[in-house]
Design a protein around this ligand. Structure first.
Ligand SMILES: Cc1cc2nc3c(=O)[nH]c(=O)nc-3n(C[C@H](O)[C@H](O)[C@H](O)COP(=O)(O)O)c2cc1C
Length: 212
């Protein structure tokens, strides 16, 4: 075959990174800065993701300014009040820290920018655009893990408010708001599993053969 060939040891490294990728819910973050070159490496990993019609429909806002992050945190607090009401029969929800907006050195807002022209492959399934952005996010997340940097994903936010705070173009859609930082610990299992919020699903219950 032509092209780069990977050896067993390299496959194992990739598997290891995938298995040890975690979400940091928030409490283990350190304030230690992430070097610009490292952050740049993470963004480059994101940019190497597949995208529908090679449309590369992503834009990244790197947020270090604390006053901007405080505005986002206010937005989170307001939305989280709604979530607390939704989960009022689950007292555990109130005990969970589920964001690291101001206790991380860097936040990243990642947007889907719809194309103004038809995109190859997106003509029937419009959501393949935002799906592409999610793939970029996973690339970034795995690269971050390889750099021993943790990622938290904050989705308890009002999209319009976040767009206003960040002066985002009207057509852009917020896909992810991430908090990035070094941590005191990478837990072996998902923190929501450790907290007894959710259990892992069994592989056998998720796979069907030839049809449902
Ligand atoms: C689309 C998406 C939205 C998420 N939103 C949040 C969030 O608002 N707050 C949070 O703490 N974690 C959030 N997470 C992280 C999940 O809770 C986490 O991925 C899950 O618990 C599994 O843990 P793991 O990533 O360590 O495997 C989100 C993850 C995804 C993929």
């Amino acid at each position: 075959m032509k092209g780069k060939y990977f050896k067993e040891q390299e496959r194992q490294v990739l598997e290891d990174i995938i298995r040890h990728r975690r979400t940091e819910l928030g409490k283990n973050f350190l304030s230690q800065e992430i070097p610009e070159s490292v952050l740049n490496r993470l963004i480059s990993a994101a940019l190497a993701a597949p995208s529908v019609g090679f449309s590369q429909p992503w834009e990244f806002v790197i947020i270090r300014d604390l006053s901007i992050r405080e505005q986002i945190k206010d937005c989170f607090e307001a939305e989280n009040e709604k979530a607390k009401r939704i989960f009022q029969d689950k007292p555990l929800y109130r005990q969970l820290k589920i964001e690291g907006i101001t206790n991380t050195p860097v936040n990243l807002a990642i947007f889907y920018k719809p194309s103004s022209n038809p995109v190859l492959g997106q003509t029937s399934m419009e959501k393949t655009g935002p799906y592409s952005v999610c793939l970029a996010i996973e690339n970034l997340w795995l690269m971050a893990r390889a750099e021993n940097i943790a990622v938290g994903w904050v989705s308890v936010l009002d999209e319009d408010q976040v767009k206003r705070i960040l002066n985002a173009p009207a057509e852009n859609e917020l896909v992810a708001y991430l908090c990035l930082g070094y941590v005191t610990e990478f837990t072996e299992r998902p923190q929501l599993e450790i907290a007894n919020w959710e259990k892992p699903k069994y592989k056998e219950s998720l796979i069907y053969y030839d049809s449902y």
